[in-house]
Design a protein around this ligand. Structure first.
Ligand SMILES: Cc1cc2nc3c(=O)[nH]c(=O)nc-3n(C[C@H](O)[C@H](O)[C@H](O)COP(=O)(O)O)c2cc1C
Length: 258
């Protein structure tokens, strides 16, 4: 059973490709996460959990969801940490989390995908860079599915103590003081469709007079910005300058390798 969370489509692409190659079922965790639905998940095949990397770790809401949910049937679990260049401490976190759940950790793969975090200091990426990453990811997905098919463990990067010592306190500070929804705004072209409300994993968006209004909890996942059908959501002036990311806008590149 393949479980995934995806804000802007990269992880969904990886999860669905794996499902096709492994002939396995694929479950989108968004609704479960939004509803704090921790009902049991059962699979006779190994569990394969796919999630993006946020600030060098697993998104905290994904971590909480996995921690609180019971997995029955197979005791084997693979983790796929979809990232834009540095997966940080995710592999270590995943290993620790699943060991506590008495599961056999089968390793963590770190496929590199295009960056969706346009509001960070990241300089942005060209279409050629996006295409190159998608092509390489396609090969990586093949490699991952072959290993899983052969019941092999995935080669897992060793996370250094220094990485943990740097990431954990910095992220606690950032999550408390810097990651918030203050700078989101909506333009007049918003049609009040409610897509942003529906895709927010923290249920932090409500429609007021048909326009999104952001509450206090926000993970900066980029789902609201990246999935708006009229491109009406901005973050300060950054997204006007750098644009926005959604995997579906680049899927056509993959036709060139199929
Ligand atoms: C809040 C946030 C933080 C991120 N931090 C990292 C990071 O530390 N390292 C990294 O390589 N990519 C980072 N990224 C990029 C995403 O992990 C990457 O683009 C991923 O493919 C997005 O997956 P999705 O489209 O399924 O949401 C971050 C993205 C967001 C939204």
């Amino acid at each position: 059973m393949i479980l995934y969370y995806s804000a802007t489509g990269n992880t969904k692409f990886i999860a669905t490709e794996l499902a096709k190659k492994l002939d396995d079922q694929c479950i989108d965790l968004l609704v479960r996460i939004r509803k704090n639905d921790y009902s049991e998940l059962h699979s006779d095949k190994p569990f394969i959990v796919c999630a993006p990397v946020y600030m060098s770790e697993m998104p905290r809401f994904v971590y909480d969801y996995l921690k609180n949910t019971s997995f029955t049937g197979s005791r084997a679990v693979y983790f796929i940490a979809d990232n834009a260049g540095y997966a940080g401490i995710t592999a270590w976190q995943a290993k620790k989390l699943f060991k506590k759940k008495d599961m056999e950790f089968m390793g963590c793969a770190e496929p590199v995908m295009p960056n969706n975090y346009y509001i960070s200091h990241y300089k942005g990426q060209t279409d050629d860079e996006i295409k190159d990453r998608l092509f390489k990811a396609f090969d990586k997905i093949d490699e991952i599915s072959n290993s899983i098919q052969n019941c092999e463990k995935l080669k897992t990067r060793h996370v250094l103590l220094a990485e943990k010592l740097i990431t954990l306190p910095i992220n606690s500070y950032f999550c408390k003081h810097k990651i918030n929804a203050k700078d989101f705004s909506v333009l007049d072209k918003c049609i009040g469709c409610g897509k942003c409300e529906e895709v927010c994993p923290l249920s932090n968006i409500t429609l007021r007079e048909d326009k999104p209004s952001w509450g206090d909890s926000c993970s900066h996942c980029m789902a609201c910005i990246g999935n708006c059908p009229t491109n009406a959501i901005e973050y300060g002036t950054v997204t006007r300058e750098k644009g926005k990311y959604n995997f579906e806008e680049y899927r056509h590149f993959l036709n060139e390798i199929r």
